[in-house]
Design a binder for this molecule. Structure first.
Ligand SMILES: [Fe+2]
Length: 253
């Protein structure tokens, strides 16, 4: 990305998330006493939100993590060549079902590259894997529950409509496993896993518009994807941060 272009993206993201940290390449957790005080106000959010539906982790959580696990999946470490694919900025807020932001949670994503190949030894098309694509990333939510990733627009692979896998760990426990889908993609109608989610409100939470980034010369896209946990504020807030990323479901038991 050129400097000017990077500035445009940052400005656009800041527009929608005015308090987002300056760097889009790193995730920060802000230790703000003010934000913590706001979170503690009882009854601040009366209405219950619909919760993000749980979906399977699937078989392709990376069996070997990449050397770089930051929230920019387009660039591996300090490489110059970016991954192939349509650049997509995914951002959102993690909240409890009563609306309180959930800070200090790890959001993980993984997805196939532009050829439909995962960072997994059992993935199809493995020999054509785009060596510039990180394939997996993680981001710690800030005091307002926000996360951000730069990645590529997901593509279909045999048997599945395009999607990005999401997992959320809070205090070392996996509290949400789900998938993000591209609104309007024709294969959504025939995807076996997506068809199991029948509630229209829950579908609207995970099938999101991928919208053009204004003035982008690279045809970049942006997606707002809020994640709503089926937990109460008591279950999401701790006085201190503890625990890390939960083991993937495929490696438990
Ligand atoms: Fe998948």
């Amino acid at each position: 990305m050129s400097n000017r272009h990077q500035r445009l993206v940052v400005e656009h993201i800041r527009d929608r998330f005015p308090e987002l940290p300056r760097s889009t390449r790193r995730c920060f957790l802000r230790h703000s006493a003010f934000a913590a005080a706001l979170l503690a106000v009882p009854g601040a959010f009366a209405e219950e939100l619909a919760t993000t539906p749980q979906m399977t982790e699937g078989p392709f959580y990376p069996d070997r993590l990449p050397l770089d696990t930051d929230n920019d999946l387009l660039i591996l470490n300090d490489a110059i060549t970016p991954a192939v694919g349509q650049i997509t900025h995914v951002a959102g807020r993690l909240r409890s079902r009563t609306g309180q932001p959930v800070r200090g949670a790890f959001v993980e994503i993984w997805q196939c590259d532009n050829n439909g190949s995962y960072l997994h030894s059992d993935s199809g098309n493995r020999d054509r894997y785009d060596s510039n694509f990180q394939g997996y990333g993680r981001c710690l939510t800030d005091a307002a529950g926000r996360y951000y990733f730069r990645t590529i627009k997901p593509v279909p692979y045999p048997g599945r409509t395009p999607h990005i896998h999401f997992a959320v760990s809070l205090h070392g426990r996996r509290v949400l496993t789900t998938q993000l889908f591209v609104e309007g993609h024709p294969q959504n109608a025939t995807d076996g896993l997506l068809r199991r989610i029948t509630d229209p409100v829950q579908r609207a939470l995970i099938i999101r518009p991928f919208q053009p980034l204004p003035d982008s010369k690279l045809d970049e896209l942006t997606v707002d994807f809020d994640l709503i946990l089926g937990l109460t504020p008591d279950e999401t807030q701790l006085d201190r941060l503890e625990g890390g990323i939960a083991r993937p479901q495929s490696r438990r038991g």
